[in-house]
Design a protein. Structure first.
Length: 95
């Protein structure tokens, strides 16, 4: 978990460390786990090997290696859509 630097309380020299809260819905938290599955890893690797360049950069005539795989359309936890795509290869800044 990412730690936020300590901040001073008003009028106090005591320092507190507060963790950033995850504001995702319960559904989003559940489907985020799908990204750590071996199946997703294979799909991601296959997508990046077949489409190794950022597709959005290519539309602007920029050649940039892809490092991310984007779902073309929201899957919203739909397992079939999550694993079946369609997908777009993107660079990190575009994603």
């Amino acid at each position: 978990m990412r730690r936020i630097p300590p901040v001073s309380c008003s009028g106090s020299t005591t320092r507190h460390t507060m963790a950033k809260q995850d504001k995702r819905s319960a559904e989003a938290v559940a489907y985020r786990r799908l990204y750590s599955t071996a199946r997703w890893g294979r799909i991601r690797d296959r997508q990046l090997s077949t489409q190794p360049l950022c597709q959005w950069c290519l539309e602007q005539e920029i050649v940039e290696p892809a490092t991310e795989v984007h779902h073309d359309g929201a899957h919203r936890g739909d397992i079939e859509r999550f694993y079946d795509g369609p997908f777009i290869s993107t660079c990190k800044p575009c994603h």
